[in-house]
Design a protein. Structure first.
Lengths: 166, 377
């Protein structure tokens, strides 16, 4: 009987989670190319810290936190740039993607996109990654109480916006 | 769960499914320097160099011998870079050089273990199931309309892909198995129900090249509520006559003698144990190497899984073959052994993204396919 309990290598993490993290980032920033940039940043950060990591089993948690934080800062930078310049075309889905997305999903995603960063992050982590309040708190570096509050406000805001579209 | 929460989940899933990340293309771009902004290419190169350094340092990945990473055009039907199990391009000695799987968009992908290259084989509909056969694959793809699919044989004579339709139209198919000699095909299907939706699963056995087809169904209508939607997985025993399948909600499998009379797939007794404290059987698949055995995957604590060999007669565990620990939340759904039993191909499902495929080489488990599912050698 053999047992493999070895910690994942960086290459294995890349192979296993690059695509999944790109999807997480895409839900947070709304743009696939920007999402890939975010995830590449996260892996570069992990690569820099890899030799100093005490517990490589925690690397995925680090990557998720990094993706959330970098997504937030990228969006802020984008918002700042938009205030100073004429608004470029929104980072919306491609025509093909739009055609494939059901109208109902499009409205829901549009509502989520209008939420404050923290609320959007909490909803994505809660309803897409199925993370618990404690896990979300750890990923975002905030208290469990704050997670609860952001989730409640975010969900309420989405419900209000969707009610307005009916 | 409220309606809004449900709506959020569905919208997130729909949007995430559209994100088409081609990791292999990223690696290829690093090698060939094509079609990416300088900034991204530089980043990828940085990551690639870093990863290669880490890989070299840890020895975690066994690098392929000699063969350069081929850049293959997508949607180009060619012979799978792998062929069938040979030593050509093997990742580790004795490993089959590649496998077929379903990607996140429901396409049939032939994945080369000797490099990051994959070939997408064009199909008319989304691929639902794959089974391996000598020098090719049998696959089921969805057809327009409710609960309809087609089963085809993909082979590579003269290094060109060739498709032969085996079953032009049947119900929705999710599991296929071919005997080791490539002579007989089994599949589970769900035809449209008169009341709408898909009906109860039926089990079909026929010759691959034609001939009569036998069909089994669940005669005990009351039991249907306690059954899985499909008979999945399906696996032929080593003798090519007995068929093993999981259909009950509980942990266990049934073994059907396809020569015997009768048309009820619930007639064979349930073999295998029920849920054990702290452990549950995720799914079973047969591992007929030199004799008929069953390989089961058992969850120990949500993070660790034991892959065990089970006596098909008694359901008792003969041996624990290996245990695996995975980063993140992953659940093994299928185990496929190579012909000589030296390597196992494990397909995982993940809640946050499409599936993942890993190879167990008797010593280590290595992730070889991100976003792939239902892999077959």
């Amino acid at each position: 009987v053999s047992e493999s309990v070895a910690a994942p290598t960086l290459a294995e993490l890349f192979a296993a989670h690059y695509a999944g993290l790109c999807r997480l980032a895409a839900l947070l920033v709304g743009d696939d190319a920007l999402a890939e940039d975010v995830v590449q940043d996260a892996f570069m950060g992990l690569h820099r810290r890899w030799s100093g990591m005490r517990d490589p089993h925690r690397a995925l948690a680090y990557l998720r936190s990094s993706v959330c934080n970098t997504s937030r800062s990228k969006l802020r930078r984008l918002q700042t740039a938009r205030r100073k310049a004429p608004p470029p075309a929104p980072p919306a889905a491609t025509v093909e993607q739009s055609a494939e997305l059901a109208e109902e999903h499009r409205l829901t995603l549009a509502a989520v996109r209008l939420l404050p960063d923290r609320q959007r992050q909490v909803l994505v982590l809660r309803y897409w990654l199925d993370q618990s309040e404690a896990e979300i708190a750890e990923t975002l570096g905030i208290s469990a109480g704050a997670v609860k509050s952001h989730a409640s406000r975010g969900l309420h805001a989405v419900e209000q916006m969707l009610a307005g579209t009916r | 769960m409220s309606e809004s929460e449900d709506r959020l989940r569905q919208a997130f899933e729909a949007r995430a499914a559209q994100v088409d990340v081609d990791r292999a293309a990223a690696w290829r771009a690093v090698n060939s320097g094509t079609a990416m902004s300088g900034r991204r290419r530089a980043r990828l190169a940085f990551i690639a160099v870093g990863l290669v350094t880490v890989v070299a340092a840890t020895g975690a990945l066994v690098l392929v011998r000699g063969r350069p990473n081929a850049v293959r055009p997508a949607e180009s039907p060619t012979e799978p870079p792998t062929g069938k199990p040979t030593s050509d391009g093997a990742v580790t000695p004795g490993a089959p050089p590649g496998f077929a799987a379903i990607d996140s968009r429901g396409r049939l992908v032939l994945h080369d273990l000797s490099g990051p290259g994959s070939t997408v084989y064009p199909t008319d509909g989304k691929v639902l199931a794959i089974a391996t056969i000598t020098r090719g694959y049998v696959y089921a793809e969805a057809l327009p309309g409710e609960c309809a699919s087609r089963i085809s044989l993909l082979t590579f004579p003269d290094r060109h892909a060739k498709t032969d339709v085996l079953v032009p139209r049947t119900g929705e198919v999710r599991a296929i198995a071919v005997t080791r000699d490539g002579a007989r095909l089994a599949y589970s299907s769900r035809p449209p129900a008169h009341t709408g939706g898909c009906g109860a699963a039926t089990l079909h056995v026929r010759g691959v090249t034609g001939g009569d087809e036998r069909v089994w169904s669940a005669r005990n209508v009351e039991a249907r509520g306690q059954l899985r939607t499909f008979l999945e997985p399906l696996a032929w025993a080593a003798d090519g006559q007995e068929l093993l399948y999981t259909v009950d909600m509980c942990c266990g499998f049934r073994r059907l003698d396809t020569r015997a009379a009768g048309d009820d797939y619930l007639a064979p007794e349930l073999v295998g144990d029920g849920p054990r404290p702290g452990s549950s059987c995720v799914l079973t698949s047969a591992s007929p190497r030199d004799r008929t055995t069953v390989t089961a995957v058992r969850s120990c604590n949500g993070q660790r899984y034991d892959v065990v060999e089970i006596d098909p007669d008694t359901g008792s565990v003969r041996a624990t073959l290996f245990s695996v620990t995975q980063p993140g939340i992953t659940v093994p759904e299928r185990v496929e052994w190579s012909a000589d039993g030296s390597h196992a191909l494990i397909s995982y499902v993940r809640p946050d993204s499409p599936g993942m495929v890993a190879v167990w080489d008797g010593r280590q488990l290595r992730v070889v396919g991100d976003g792939l599912s239902k892999a077959a050698w």
